[in-house]
Design a protein around this ligand. Structure first.
Ligand code: LLP
Length: 419
């Protein structure tokens, strides 16, 4: 069941007609469904039913809204964070510090100290000097930092190059070949409790094969580390499971993913940690927008909407596909390019796409916008920062205000030495 469906000719988010939100809040605006978030959180957990010891840490980079995080905290999710800012959000949303995992390729010393002060559950060490720095800081605080070493298994995730993280040439983790020696040196440091391994090979994965290949390599590494006398109690398998962006997309389900994980890790005897992001949040949100103009083009018309690349960056950044559908579809279609008002050609959501017929003043949505949507928004072209709404049955709340261009400007000043 989809929580954004057409009832009486009008798209609803759960029981709220989207035109009501547009009228109350204005457009563009992100709209999330609480029920969808809860359903996806449960489906991912159910998928892992054959994994006895597990910890679920929502990758909050994909949707760090406090309202969204609170929903997931109530579902028993912790957080995977990649900055001090995300760490504070996870705690503010009510996630327990011990349920927080700190990933991130360039943590600062201040962020490592912050993680220790907050008492987070695990640091995912990206390379040896970071581990050495963490050990020093922990020792100074008379603490022991729970940590795992992130390895780069050198597998091709088969996804967009900009969101691939597990090939040797990517910046993430340490090569799996050198991992045993680095692990050994870090494990000898007072201040660190090196308890396992982490891996994350990329995002929007539409096949389980590269994940399985990566996990097999990690399994071998765990066996090697144990043979060398190390105690391995935790393995973090990262996130990455893809979601359908088009009706015909058929990525592996959480149940298929979970079955593969249970099979591959059967003998590991560790607590498995997961960092799902998109698979939880992607299909729980839409970006609601109004059609401003329809303008003739060389081949097909341009549908100019009031959302732009600053609100939803994925098409401009990764040529990503987001379904564009009318809030009040008539059944008629048109072939058009869907573009935003920003002054560059990259501000194109869809080129020459067969889509619902829309006219100026109509409302429409970009689907699958609950992950890597609002969180990647900017104020480029001095546009406002896009607001967010969370729907729960027949009620909704604004969970992030629209931040007006004037508010952003008010934080700037002209130095008095420019006359
Ligand atoms: N864990 C780590 C260490 C990660 O780097 C990521 C995502 C995740 C977990 C969550 O991955 P997911 O389950 O969401 O695939 N902005 C891009 C996606 C960037 C992903 C970055 N890392 C996009 O819009 O497609």
């Amino acid at each position: 069941m989809n929580h954004f469906d057409i009832r009486d000719g009008v798209m609803h988010a759960e029981d709220i007609p989207l035109p009501r939100i547009a009228e109350d809040i204005g457009t563009p605006v992100y709209v999330y469904s609480r029920r969808a978030l809860e359903r996806h959180a449960q489906a991912f957990r159910d998928g892992l039913k054959d994994v006895p010891k597990k910890h679920l840490a929502f990758a909050i980079k994909c949707n760090p809204n406090l309202g969204v995080l609170r929903v997931l905290a109530r579902q028993g999710y912790g957080a995977d964070v990649v900055s001090g800012g995300e760490l504070e959000r996870a705690l503010a949303a009510g996630m327990a510090a011990e349920d927080v995992v700190f990933s991130g390729v360039g943590k600062t010393r201040a962020e490592l100290a912050q993680g220790l002060d907050r008492g987070i559950g695990q640091f995912n060490i990206e390379h040896e000097p970071e581990g050495v720095a963490l050990a020093e800081i922990a020792l100074r605080k008379e603490m022991t930092a729970p940590a795992v070493l992130r390895v780069n298994p050198d597998v091709d995730a088969g996804t967009h190059a900009k969101i691939s993280t597990g090939k040797a040439e990517n910046k993430f983790g340490v090569g799996i070949d050198v991992a045993p020696e680095i692990f050994g040196r870090l494990a000898a440091l007072p201040g660190l409790n090196m308890r396992g391994i982490a891996v994350h090979i990329g995002s929007q994965l539409t096949s389980l094969d590269p994940l399985e290949a990566a996990f097999e390599r990690v399994g071998q590494l765990v066996a090697d580390l144990r043979a060398a006398g190390h105690s391995i109690t935790h393995v973090d398998l990262g996130g990455g499971l893809g979601v359908p962006y088009k009706a015909e997309d058929n990525p592996p389900s959480p149940a298929e993913y979970g079955a593969m994980v249970a099979r591959v890790t059967k003998e590991w005897d560790v607590t498995l940690m997961f960092e799902p992001g998109r698979v939880i949040a992607g299909n729980t949100g839409v970006l609601l927008t109004e059609v401003l103009w329809v303008k003739p083009g060389a081949a097909n018309p341009f549908v100019i909407v009031d959302a732009a690349m600053n609100d939803l960056a994925r098409p401009a950044l990764y040529d990503a596909y987001h379904d564009f559908v009318s809030v009040t579809p008539t059944g008629e279609t048109m072939t058009a390019s869907i573009v935003g008002p920003v002054c560059e050609t990259g501000d194109t959501f869809a080129r020459d796409r067969v889509t619902d017929k829309v006219m100026p003043g109509d409302l429409a949505v970009f689907r699958t916008a609950g992950a890597y949507g609002a969180t990647m928004a900017s104020t480029y072209n001095s546009r406002s920062l896009v607001p967010e709404v969370l729907v729960d049955g027949d009620r909704y709340a604004v969970v992030a205000d629209r931040i007006a261009a004037g508010t952003i400007m008010a934080a700037e000043r002209v130095p008095d030495w420019i006359d």
